[in-house]
Every structure is written in C-alpha cells, then in structure tokens.
Design a protein around this ligand. Sequence first.
Ligand SMILES: C[S@@+](CC[C@H](N)C(=O)[O-])C[C@H]1O[C@@H](n2cnc3c(N)ncnc32)[C@H](O)[C@@H]1O
Ligand code: SF4
Ligand code: SF4
Length: 368
Amino acid sequence: MKVRDRINEYTQDPLIGRMWHAIRSAGPMRSISVDITHRCNLRCKGCYFFAEEMDQETEADRETLDRFIEEQVRRGITFATVIGGEPSLVPDRLRALAEKFRLMIVTNGLKKVPREGLEDVALAVSVWGDAENDRGMRGYGRIDVFQRALSNFRNDDRVIWYVTLPSDPLPQTAEVVDACIDNGNMVSFNYYGDVSTLGGKHDHRNGFAGARRFVAEMIDRHPNGIAFNSYLNEVISGGVMKGQRWGYDVCGSVSVDHPGNRARISSGQSYNPHFNAYGPGLTSTRRCCVGDERDCATCFDVWAHVSWIALGLERHLDSREDFFEWLSTMYIFYGACRMVDRVQLRESLPLIHQRSSILAGEAALFRH
Ligand SMILES: C[S@@+](CC[C@H](N)C(=O)[O-])C[C@H]1O[C@@H](n2cnc3c(N)ncnc32)[C@H](O)[C@@H]1O
Ligand code: SF4
Ligand code: SF4
C-alpha cells in the first residue's frame, strides 16, 4: 500500500485525523538554530555552549544580522530555534527574527522576555532538575534562578518549561514540575548531557529507569500540562527507533552546509535539507545544534531526537498504533513550538496519553 493510502486509512480515526489536519494546516517547518548572542548572565555547570568555548565567536553586528535574516528568507526558512548564550539579553534582535520567522526562544528565565513584538513566539524556559540542583548547577549556589523565572513568566501562555533531568531524579523534582504547572505554564523534559564528565546521576549512560518512571508519573499527574509523550521518552532513553540505533549517522540536527558533514549528507541516510546551526557570528555553521565536537554518545538532546523521529515517518506506517506514536510526537512538538494551537493541544493531551500503550506499561510499573 502506498504511503498516502496508509495515511488516508489511519486518519479516519478522529483523534489521528485531528492531529494530522492540525500539522498539515500549520504549513512547512523549515528550521534552523541560531545562537543570537555569545553572552550569558549565568555559567551553568556542564553547559555545552561554554564547554566548547562557542562564546569565543562573538555576536554579529546589526547589519550582519539583517543580511542573515534576508538570506534565510531566501533559503525558504520558516522557523528558528533561538539559543546562545542567553537570548533574553538581546530583545531587539529577537524582534528582528520574529518579524520573518516563527520562533522558539530558549531562555534561562532570569530576565523577562517582553511581549511587544514577541507575542506569538514560543518560549522554552529551562530548569535543571530539582530546585537545589538548579541553584547549585545554574545559580552558583546563590541565585534562585527558578524562583525568578517563575515570577517572570507567571501565566505567560508562550511558555513551556524544559525540565532537564538527571538519570535518577530526586522526588523533589516533582515539586518543580508542580510549581511550573501551578504557574499557569506547560512542562516538557530534556535530559542532561554530561559534557563535563560529572558522572553519577548526571551521566545517563548509568541508566534511565528512574528518569523514565519520573516522566510517566508526571504525565499521569498532569495529563493536560505535560507536552511530552512516552514514545519520545522511549526513543531518547532506549536510543533505538524502529530498528535504527541513535547516533551521528541518523541524527536529524546536522548542518547541511557544514563541511564536516559532507559524508553524512551524502550517505543515503535521511537528513533535514534546510537545517543549519549558526554560531553567534552568523556567518558560519557548526556541526549540529549542540556543538562541533560533542560526543554523540552523551547526547540526549530532545530536539535532535524529535527531528530523528520526524525523518522516520515511513518507518511508522506498519500499523495505526505506530503511526499514532509518530504523529502524537510531531503534534506535541508543533504545539510546543506554537505551530498548532496550545488550547487544542491541551485538550488533546489526555486522549493522547490515554491511548499510548507504552505509557500504560510504565504507569503500571510506577504504581508498584
Ligand atoms: C545553551 S542553552 C542557551 C539558552 C539559555 N541560555 C538557556 O539556558 O535556556 C540551550 C539549552 O541547552 C540546555 N543545556 C545546556 N547544557 C546542557 C547539557 N549539558 N545537557 C542538557 N541540556 C543542556 C539548556 O538547559 C537550554 O535548554
Ligand atoms: S544559561 Fe544557558 S547558555 Fe548560559 S550557561 Fe546556562 S545553559 Fe549555558
Ligand atoms: S551531538 Fe547530538 S545533535 Fe550533535 S550530531 Fe551528535 S547526536 Fe546529533
């Protein structure tokens, strides 16, 4: 059966049909990643940006930024993930990008991101594990970054928190998730990559069981507030997707224009034909969204895994259940990026979680 026929068959199902329609109506997502500045108001332990000294490339002047934007429009780009450095330090640059692209701005939350000119962006506010861990690893043991971020983004409908998890989250991490939900925001997860070889709970090669149980518990507790699904969790933590093993040769977040990726791009494995990750100077690309030299074995980056799944549509067409897991991952990702309506996302999330057979297994495990 052809791909189109299969999809037509599966989309007869009302929930699948609704998610498919929402994604199709959102239009193409041709994305890049942009370090909008090299500066940051924190120095988190094990931040991949500073570990690879990416801040040595300083931020472009305004003229270069304007030329960069024009060039990306010509390339057909529709979406940019804005990182750095700390994007909230350069609101005017964010506005310039927002005039031409849909944006996901990733921020540590210490500083407000103004609404004016940035009403429609998605904000990904990061917090690292439980509050004490966050204070120790991100706030030099002194600054309560998390509390400041909660107050900066109370009831801000642009926000999804990215709770970055160690391999075995402490029970207090649930208090962080609860506080984000009570703050009127949604929550997603990311996994710490042990760039600075801190070891122990920071190294996910020591096991994922605790983190998986934790995520299942949070989905069970906040079914319409968690923009993350158990299929994505299974793929990240297992490192396998439909018989394919995770790594550089399948990763969807590699820059097409980076000379070091030529062999990867011509290898015959799928890749994103528009994706480039730009450093702060905006004139050169780096290998991938998280660096030039990063060991792929320690990379559990959530967005890189989502792009791997996105490239694997045809691997998920053998059954309606497989297609459902693929589509719900894409739908939640589009919702997180505000490419589909967040109100509809919130309404659909409990139904998505209810139907996921993976979550059913994990929730049972965690109740025992
Ligand atoms: C380099 S930061 C730049 C944006 C902003 N300064 C912030 O911290 O959100 C981009 C994202 O990478 C995450 N990050 C940095 N180092 C990481 C690591 N070693 N493992 C997992 N995530 C990491 C941050 O939490 C953030 O979500
Ligand atoms: S706030 Fe972001 S860019 Fe700055 S050190 Fe922390 S993770 Fe890195
Ligand atoms: S470090 Fe991660 S995002 Fe970068 S190429 Fe390796 S697997 Fe992909």
